[in-house]
Design a protein. Structure first.
Length: 396
């Protein structure tokens, strides 16, 4: 991570605090910021002037205070002041988005990418090239492209910042530095499930949230008290490898009966094979997802049964997460969400049946489309625009 090694000054920290307030409580008045932060009004006026000069903040009219006299002027984020690039590297394809500072997608591209035999060096080249091409598509803005975030199906070790992608046979890959060296803006990388959690938490202003990512496998991320929980090695949220059946199917991780063997793209494909359909697919790739979504929507009984089975097993694991972490919201992301009508009711019914009091306040919902690449973009917003050691550095 390209961090500024000098400690931030008090003024920088205060400015970041004010900006975070405007980001999360938009639109908000100067006096309300003072009330929420305890900073005095003179300091806030000064910092807000700096933020307006930087182009990040705009005045957006006034709110009736109900009191006689002048109504306070409200402040908002200038959401199109700059753009961020979010990349999601999946096992078989790559999705890229350009978002504004509110995570709204301005451009999207998707392509197959076979990285099975690539080294860290060649993947570095591919990513740098891809990001350079995407950056050319960014709309004009005063701050331009602020940075790029990369969501990976692997581990970013907390102590070294180096990535390991076991699906690609890549270990000890210094991704942020090696890709960032070839670009004119900083690069941040995180596990795909962590990116989804960061994005959904930032854009929903949710402080206690679990994100489940359904792709080829099943990943996730945990936000508690507004912070991503990475764990001692950086693998917190790897729910796919929690055991559902000790005597179950063997998993790629070496254990038996992992949850992702029963609830993932690959598991859905197996349920369909059990129904003697989808034989033309051997792996849960992008074509398979599109085919499965299309077919289940066309009232295929076999597909409906397979999706229901998939939903049931998802529900069992989700109920476990609800009981152990008691989040406000569990958000499910991934391409299969387009067919959520065929598995979400099953999840909710399993969660309700296994209901402990802890689950009663937990909502299970689907994520926005492209939650993971948008989350990669949110990683940039957090680490650049909103960065502060004091306020909600959800991924630092
Ligand atoms: Zn496993």
């Amino acid at each position: 991570m390209f961090t500024n090694i000098d400690a931030p000054t008090m003024r920088e920290m205060n400015r970041s605090t004010v900006l975070n307030m405007i980001y999360h409580y938009d639109p908000i008045s100067r006096s309300e910021i003072s009330r929420k932060t305890g900073l005095n009004k003179t300091t806030i006026s000064y910092l807000v002037d700096e933020l307006i000069d930087s182009g990040l903040v705009v005045e957006t009219g006034s709110e009736s205070s109900g009191q006689p006299g002048r109504n306070p002027i409200l402040l908002s984020i200038n959401k199109d002041a700059g753009h961020c690039i979010g990349i999601h590297l999946e096992v078989t394809f790559l999705t890229a988005v350009i978002t504004n500072l509110r995570g709204e997608v301005k451009f999207k591209s998707e392509r197959d990418l076979d990285v099975a035999d690539m080294s860290g060096d060649s993947l570095t080249e591919v990513l740098a090239q891809e990001i350079n091409l995407i950056a050319d598509q960014a709309p004009e803005s005063s701050l331009g492209v602020i940075g790029a975030g990369i969501a990976l199906p692997g581990i970013i070790y907390s102590d070294t910042g180096r990535a390991e992608l076991s699906n690609y046979g890549i270990a000890d890959w210094n991704i942020e530095e090696s890709v960032g060296r070839q670009l004119p803006f900083p690069v941040y990388a995180a596990n795909d499930g962590h990116c989804g959690a960061i994005g959904e938490s930032l854009l929903r202003h949710a402080k206690d949230l679990v994100f489940i990512y359904l792709g080829y496998g099943l990943g996730g991320g945990i936000i508690l008290d507004g912070q991503i929980r990475k764990g001692v090695r950086g693998v917190a949220g790897s729910f796919g490898h929690t055991t559902l059946y000790p005597m179950g199917i063997q998993c790629s991780c070496g254990n038996y009966g992992c949850w992702e063997q029963y609830a993932s793209g690959q598991a859905l494909l197996r349920y369909l094979h059990d129904e003697r359909v989808a034989d033309e697919f051997q792996t849960a790739n992008r074509d398979f997802f599109q085919h499965a979504i299309h077919t289940v929507k066309n009232h295929s009984e076999k597909y409906e049964r397979a999706f229901k089975m998939f939903g049931r097993y998802l529900g069992i694991g989700i109920a476990n997460i609800g009981s152990s972490l008691n989040p406000e919201t569990i958000v499910i992301g991934g391409a299969l969400n387009e067919a959520a009508d065929f598995f979400l009711p099953e999840i909710i019914s399993v969660v309700e049946r296994s209901l402990s009091w802890a689950n009663q306040l937990t909502n299970v919902i689907t994520a926005r489309q492209d939650a993971v690449p948008i989350g990669a973009s949110a990683l940039v917003i957090l680490n650049t625009v909103l960065r502060s050691p004091l306020v909600n550095p959800a991924y630092a």
